[in-house]
Design a binder for this molecule. Structure first.
Ligand code: ZN
Length: 89
């Protein structure tokens, strides 16, 4: 018998979890080390000190960072899960 006992829902929950794990790890690995910028590399907005302290080597303001995260997430989702995921939403 094929191992078809896992329900679709459980599988996609697992995938969701592993993707956010992976994103968190990617984010940490990709976080630029060294000097933090005072102003966003994308839009020249000042990056809050707390953010600069929290993320060593930060180069983007919150807006640009979340924009970048969103587009990366969407791209990863498309590559990884194909059209099946969009039907679930
Ligand atoms: Zn910015």
């Amino acid at each position: 018998m094929a191992g078809g006992w896992a329900k679709d829902g459980a599988v996609s929950e697992q995938i969701e979890a592993s993707i956010s794990d992976e994103l968190a790890r990617l984010k940490q690995r990709k976080a630029p080390q060294g000097e933090s910028l005072t102003f966003c590399a994308e839009c020249d907005e000042e990056i809050p000190t707390a953010r600069r302290l929290a993320i060593p080597g930060v180069k983007l303001c919150i807006d640009c960072m979340s924009e970048r995260d969103t587009s990366q997430k969407m791209r990863a989702g498309i590559n990884r899960r194909g059209s099946k995921d969009s039907q679930l939403k």
